[in-house]
Design a protein around this ligand. Structure first.
Ligand SMILES: [Cu+2]
Length: 137
């Protein structure tokens, strides 16, 4: 006689805990959606930044700039790496950049800013027949 109410109480208790678990579990997927939506809005912002941060390397080897003609975008970095046994440099005729003296194995850097927009012929001042061209667009 006294067993039945005990079972119904037990059932009621388990139903209530199930309902609690269910109701507390419901908001979880909703909060998981928020960071997912935030990460998708971040993606377009980071993609152009990654494209703009390009570094272009020009090798100086055999008394030649390789590649001898290069086009970069504003914000890009140009590096000249001297792989010859002789010192070289890369100096723009319009003075927009000057790598400085580059001994064997040294690298000179130039960050193409807004002022550098245009086409620049440059030479190695030690060997003026070493000619190349850099275009910033
Ligand atoms: Cu040179």
């Amino acid at each position: 006689m006294s067993i039945r109410p005990a079972i119904s109480l037990l059932l009621l208790g388990s139903v209530m805990t199930w309902m609690l678990a269910c109701s507390s579990g419901t908001p979880t997927p909703a909060t998981q959606n928020t960071p997912a939506a935030a990460s998708t809005t971040e993606k377009p912002a980071t993609a152009p930044d990654a494209q703009q941060a390009t570094t272009h390397t020009i090798s100086i080897t055999g008394f030649k700039f390789q590649p001898s003609e290069l086009t970069v975008k504003v914000g890009d970095t140009v590096e000249w790496k001297n792989m010859d046994s002789m010192p070289h440099n890369a100096v723009a005729k319009d003075k927009s950049f000057d790598s400085g003296k580059l001994k064997t194995g040294m690298t000179g850097k130039f960050v193409a800013d807004e002022k550098a927009k245009g086409t620049h012929d440059y030479i190695c001042t030690y060997h003026p027949n070493m000619k190349a061209r850099l275009t910033v667009e």
